[in-house]
Structures are given as C-alpha cells and as structure tokens.
Design a binder for this molecule. Structure first.
Ligand SMILES: CC(C)(COP(=O)(O)OP(=O)(O)OC[C@H]1O[C@@H](n2cnc3c(N)ncnc32)[C@H](O)[C@@H]1OP(=O)(O)O)[C@@H](O)C(=O)NCCC(=O)NCCS
Length: 184
C-alpha cells in the first residue's frame, strides 16, 4: 500500500518519505537543534538515529503512519505526518490520527506550514476519510498553538505534567479538528 504526494503550488509539495530522505532530515535537525526544542525527539547526533526513525515509519506502514517531506523546489525543508492512525477499536469507528510537523528555521514564518497543514487536512478529511485530526503541543510552544488555531483547531484542554523530556516536565495542550468543521 502506498499513499499519495500532495502538491501545493509550483514550488511546494508534500512527498512520502523514503529511506533516501533520512540524510536531508538529519542535516537540518543536527544543524538547527532548536527545531527539536518542543518536539518528541532530541536533535540527532548521528544519521543512524534519523534513519532508524524513517525505518520504523516505513516498517509500520501507511495504515498507521503517513509521513511526508515538505519540499521547496525539490529540496527537503521539513516534515509533516499523520501519526497513530486509527480506524476502529472493536465496535467503535475511530477514523482519526494525530498530526505533527517541523520546519527548518530558514523557511519559518513564511506561511509554509499553514499551507502544508491545510493540504494534509484537506487530504485527511477528503480522500483519506478521517473524521477527526488531533494535535498536541507543549504549552510553551506558542508558534505551534497559533498555527493550529489559525487553521481551525479547537483547544480541548491542558494535560498537566503530561510528558517528561530531558528531566523537565511539560504541560501539553490537546487540540482537535473535526472534518465536519473544516472549511476547505
Ligand atoms: C511551529 C512551526 C511548524 C510553524 O511553522 P511556520 O511555517 O513558521 O508557520 P506559518 O508561517 O505558517 O505561521 C502560521 C501561524 O503560526 C503562528 N506562528 C508561527 N511562528 C510563530 C512564532 N515564532 N511565534 C508565534 N507565532 C508563530 C502565527 O500565528 C502564524 O500566523 P500569522 O503569520 O498569520 O501570524 C515552526 O515554528 C516549527 O517548525 N517549529 C519547530 C518544530 C515544532 O515546534 N513543531 C511542532 C511541535 S508540536
């Protein structure tokens, strides 16, 4: 099973990651460790760490994880993915996933992730048939919260001391967006 590339405009596109993309992602994440300040992982020290994550994503497959590289003129500048995709749990239909993303600093604050996120949401609620997409961000990550609210996510609540990263506890904001509330 494969999943589609999502073209955005003449310069920007979302393309499913392959093993060959690990080096490009590693170069950005290791050169600009600040990207990782509020995400689930720490800056990789070796390309093997990034390659290991790519291997895992590709091994579990697109029924669980769909991760795209964000390409500007063909160059990887960030990533966006649907994670923990869940269709059903016994008698329950779930049809939901969690979205996550990061972008290299040279391309931040230019509307790139607004476009990428909207494209993924359009796909999620369209041909992919999800009913809900959820997102989480550390309370301190205002950029991510602003981005999510800008595209229509609503805050569900704040989960206190929800995760510990490198010895520090974080409150985490949970947000959700229903396909029925999403205006394409
Ligand atoms: C969060 C992130 C993806 C935003 O991407 P981006 O392409 O810069 O975002 P956009 O330019 O599309 O901005 C969308 C909105 O987000 C908000 N925003 C973006 N960067 C911001 C910042 N540094 N501070 C405050 N708000 C910010 C703004 O409200 C902006 O809307 P506006 O331009 O109309 O004011 C980017 O900062 C990033 O990659 N951060 C590091 C990784 C990360 O934290 N990932 C999320 C983990 S939950």
């Amino acid at each position: 099973m494969t999943f589609p590339s999502l073209p955005i405009d003449e310069r920007l596109s979302l393309d499913p990651i392959t093993h060959e993309d690990a080096m490009g992602a590693f170069m950005l994440l290791s050169t600009y460790p600040e990207i990782c300040a509020h995400v689930t992982f720490t800056p990789p020290k070796k390309v093997d760490e990034t390659a290991g994550y790519f291997d895992w994503v590709l091994r579990v497959g697109p029924s669980k994880e769909r991760v795209w590289k964000i390409c500007l003129d063909g160059e990887l500048i960030g990533m966006i993915g649907l994670h923990d995709i869940r269709r059903r749990d016994q008698a329950l239909r779930l049809d939901r996933a969690e979205v996550g993303y990061w972008l290299g600093p040279a391309h931040q604050r230019q509307g790139v992730m607004t476009k990428a996120l909207n494209r993924v949401l359009e796909y999620s609620f369209g041909e992919f048939g999800l009913r809900k997409v959820v997102a989480e961000h550390f309370v301190v990550n205002e950029a991510s919260g602003n981005l999510l609210r800008k595209v229509g996510f609503a805050t569900v609540g704040v989960m206190r001391d929800h995760v510990e990263k490198q010895g520090q506890l974080h409150d985490v904001v949970l947000l959700e967006l229903l396909g029925s509330a999403y205006a394409v």
